[in-house]
Design a protein around this ligand. Sequence first.
Ligand SMILES: Nc1ncnc2c1ncn2[C@@H]1O[C@H](COP(=O)(O)OP(=O)(O)OP(=O)(O)O)[C@@H](O)[C@H]1O
Ligand SMILES: [Mg+2]
Length: 150
Amino acid sequence: MDKIVNNKIKLEFLSKGENVALARITIAALVSQLELTLNDLEEIKVAVSEAVSNAIIHGYRNQPEGIVTLIGILAEETIYLEIIDQGIGISDIEKAMEPAYSTDPERTGLGFVFMQSFMDEVKVESKVNSGTKVSLTKKINTENKNRAVS
Ligand SMILES: Nc1ncnc2c1ncn2[C@@H]1O[C@H](COP(=O)(O)OP(=O)(O)OP(=O)(O)O)[C@@H](O)[C@H]1O
Ligand SMILES: [Mg+2]
């Protein structure tokens, strides 16, 4: 992580589907403090939505009593995000991150693919029956900016 942290937020919310939008809007508001391109803003919003959806749908199996923790850090040229659940965990992280792999036959298995293509780094730490932490990093391109308004 960059040494200089300019801002940091931590949000905890119940594992309810409606909180995906809450998480996305919160992070969009946070990163709007930077001079981001609209494209970067959209990519960050998708990555957060995918990680939070996974915590709710898979981590907590759609049970609404779980707690999801979202951390957002703005450093000099980097955005760091963490999405943490105390859910079922992932037994084989490598397999879970394969494109089109899903434990749910109704889903497409593309969440991690989006996170990886939209962010510069995606790190997953997980323990079965204990929970999962997804760490997302994005470097900010401060050139050629087309500043997002909100
Ligand atoms: N927080 C989590 N807790 C437990 N399992 C997870 C978690 N996040 C992901 N997984 C596992 O990793 C698999 C792949 O996740 P990914 O987001 O790529 O696809 P998906 O959620 O199954 O489908 P999609 O995101 O396209 O709807 C999931 O099917 C699930 O088994
Ligand atoms: Mg997913």
